[in-house]
Design a protein around this ligand. Structure first.
Ligand SMILES: C[S@@+](CC[C@H](N)C(=O)[O-])C[C@H]1O[C@@H](n2cnc3c(N)ncnc32)[C@H](O)[C@@H]1O
Length: 483
């Protein structure tokens, strides 16, 4: 980093570390969001006017303007643009100067020193956080600065400087190779590196190189909650679902309704999934009597069905789930045509329970004939088979083949949901939620995509937790659910 060795200048008074706690990094943009913002900014500069929705759709080769809208809404929420109703143009840049980009230089130990990492990325921060000077950011590992409000997983903003005042929190290079984050105190003939955690002892060195002073810290609240094992109800997390489930309590979920990537049929922005660990975690977090609905289809490769769904069902059984039922999700329209086989129009819905299901509210359908009818009664002694007037049952329990219209207006009428390539119908999620849970129960979807399960759980007064590995899908799901 090109820092000179120095003699520390000490003033014998403590300074108060100014820490800003910015929750959720709500101002930070994903790469895609940043591209959209940069495009709006560049076009506005060049043409003096903001690009229209249609221009943006064409530029990013998007299938619909609703996707453009989705990005504009995010940029607006994060304070990057301003939008006015009834204008032909899409947006206006909001106070361009209010955000700046600074380099993210990797991770630093707030516990034991570790080697410096030099991963060059950038992060966007509000410019009011930036005092004059050269800034960079570091991710914090360890808990040695918790009394200063700096926790494992936080990001600290560092102002490059090679001196600090006594008691200030600094990034220090020791033994010419290890970097650490500590409060610095000059003592007679030595320098004390003081953790801000009563459980940890200070350590002493003869000399250090100061690389900068901490001027602010912020935290991704969701990351923090996951680490603390506090996954909040009624929230949607961006995470690998195995990691998220590890921080969820054992025996805590009443119902999971989910649909995994089928045989990696679509690559969902490049993510794959670790089936066996997902299955084991699902078993661990499911309540006794809780249910898992696993909606899945098989890939056909060179005319041969993979049967992955069968293998998965057998694995679920092997680790303790009860295969309570194998149901069929039949698609009323857009079935998959094959030239030399019957048209494929269904997927499996494995109903897996931890013991016997504790809740079953059977869904009913109307019977075809209703009202009163003469029904046959037993023969009397005279041998004549009499008919007596009786009431026909008005409804009966549904079968285990459920059919749904799919596509727009079928799966959902939320246009935005179709930004995800593989949603299941809202009604499918709703039918399972009503069948296997009661009001106030917890419904989980570890791979929630566009948020269908969460949306319907909320609508039916159930708690929900959603998770997806893709930030774009999490944003989409949050939008659909209204959080
Ligand atoms: C079939 S889609 C789910 C669609 C969802 N049922 C809906 O109605 O929108 C599968 C989802 O799994 C997500 N995914 C894949 N691997 C994952 C993982 N390890 N952890 C969390 N989500 C994952 C993908 O990003 C994708 O959105």
């Amino acid at each position: 980093m090109g820092v000179d060795k120095l003699t520390l200048t000490f003033y014998f008074y403590s300074t108060i570390l100014e820490l800003y706690k910015l929750e959720n990094k709500s101002f930070m943009l994903t790469k895609k969001q940043k591209k959209v913002f940069d495009y709006i900014q560049d076009s506005t500069k060049k043409k003096g006017i903001c690009p229209s929705h249609e221009e943006m759709r064409r530029h990013f080769k998007l299938s619909s303007v609703s996707t453009v809208n989705h990005y504009l809404n995010i940029l607006q929420e994060k304070g990057y643009i301003k939008r006015e109703k009834n204008t032909a143009r899409s947006a206006e840049i909001e106070q361009k100067e209010s955000f700046i980009e600074i380099p993210f230089r990797g991770y630093i130990a707030a516990g034991l020193p570790i080697e410096a990492v030099e991963e060059f990325e950038t992060i966007t921060i509000p410019s009011n956080l930036a005092t004059t000077g050269n800034l960079f950011a570091l991710g914090v590992k360890g808990d040695s600065m918790i009394d200063e409000g700096i926790f494992d997983g936080d990001t600290v903003i560092i102002k490059k400087q090679n001196t600090v005042e006594d008691g200030e929190t600094a990034v220090a290079l020791i033994n010419n190779s290890e970097v650490t984050l500590k409060k610095i105190f000059k003592e007679k003939n030595r320098i004390r590196l003081q953790p801000a955690n009563p459980k940890l002892k200070p350590f002493y060195v003869k000399e250090i190189i100061i690389q900068g002073k901490v001027i602010s810290a912020f935290r991704n609240l969701e990351e923090r909650e996951k680490k603390d094992g506090k996954v909040r109800f009624d929230n949607i997390y961006r995470s690998d679902c195995v990691e998220l489930m590890k921080s969820m309590n054992e025996d805590s979920v009443d119902l999971t309704v989910t649909s995994p990537p089928y045989d990696e049929l679509r690559n969902y922005k490049g993510y794959s999934f670790d089936f066996e660990n997902i299955a084991k975690q699902l078993y661990r977090i499911t309540k006794k009597g809780g249910v898992l609905i696993w909606v899945v289809g098989d890939k056909i490769k060179k005319g041969n069905k993979s049967l992955t769904s069968f293998k998965q069902a057998l694995f679920f059984q092997q680790i303790g789930f009860n295969v309570h039922d194998v149901m069929i999700y039949k698609k009323k329209n857009t079935p998959f045509m094959r030239s030399n086989a019957y048209t494929n129009c269904f997927e499996f819905m494995y109903v897996l329970s931890k013991g016997s299901p504790k809740t079953f509210n059977p869904l009913k359908v109307k019977t075809v004939r209703q009202g009163q009818e003469k029904l046959p009664s037993n023969k009397g002694a005279d041998g004549i088979n009499k008919k007596v007037l009786g009431e026909l049952k008005p409804e009966k329990t549904m079968t285990n083949i459920w059919d749904y219209a799919v596509g727009y207006g079928g799966s959902t009428s939320d246009k935005i949901a179709f930004e995800h390539p593989a949603i299941f119908p809202e009604k499918l999620a709703e039918d399972h939620i009503l069948s296997w849970t009661n009001v106030g129960d917890l419904v989980f979807d570890p791979m929630c995509g566009s948020g269908t399960t969460c949306k319907v759980a909320k609508k039916n007064n159930r708690h929900y937790i959603g998770c997806d590995i893709s930030e774009d899908y999490v944003n989409l799901a949050k939008k659909r659910v209204g959080i």
